[in-house]
Design a protein around this ligand. Sequence first.
Ligand code: BGC
Length: 248
Amino acid sequence: MEILGVDIGGSGIKGAVVDTKTGELVRPRFRIPTPNPSKPKAVARVVKQLTKHFDWSGTIGVGFPAPVQRGVTLTAANVDDRWIGANAAKLFSEVTGCPVFVINDADAAGLAEMRFGAGRGRMGVVLIVTVGTGLGTALFIDGHLLPNTELGHIEIRGKDAETRASDAARKALDLSWADWTPLFNEYLLTLERLFWPDLIILGGGASKKTEKFLHHLTVTTEVVPAQMLNQAGIVGAALAAELALQRS
Ligand code: BGC
């Protein structure tokens, strides 16, 4: 099935038409910078622009950087506060005239990695950590997603983990990879002690740079880079929409 997948991020809103059977992009990805401030209406206008670009009138799956329940976005760590409690699915659907399903962005990336990427065929507990503007997590048990885990916000040394160990924190504090790696390592060690996963998959922007830090991580869990790079969020949002359609 073809579905328009959209990935809303802190700096860019990306979309592509996805073939959910193969995980491939039917048409090349298109990116529009995230409006600043990223108020709901401004973001919805960009989603509409994407549907126009792809001349799209079918189902849309959207990955959003917040926990999402029944289409409602519940927090706003890296987007405008007006998203807290907003009915994103309704808003996007009204503006585009298409059926829209919304899922947490890390959960979307996780679905794509489990189906087509580094987590393919992996049973047990698999934790996907996306390292980008925020720290996103997706937790799978025997291939089933436990949604909205939000483990990027656990507290480490009295601070929100994301403010110390995300890629945005590395850039904001102007840390070298060598300075940032112990902070990220401590984060992974904390998750390991709490969840004892069988596999950790690193996604997001930092997954393209794992050669800079992977060999310095001291967790005993197997850690591998994501394989779908910047397509995971888009493909996973489309997969989530397909799953939602199948359930309805
Ligand atoms: C948000 C998560 C999101 C992650 C990655 C965090 O700040 O709370 O919902 O998955 O950033 O975008």
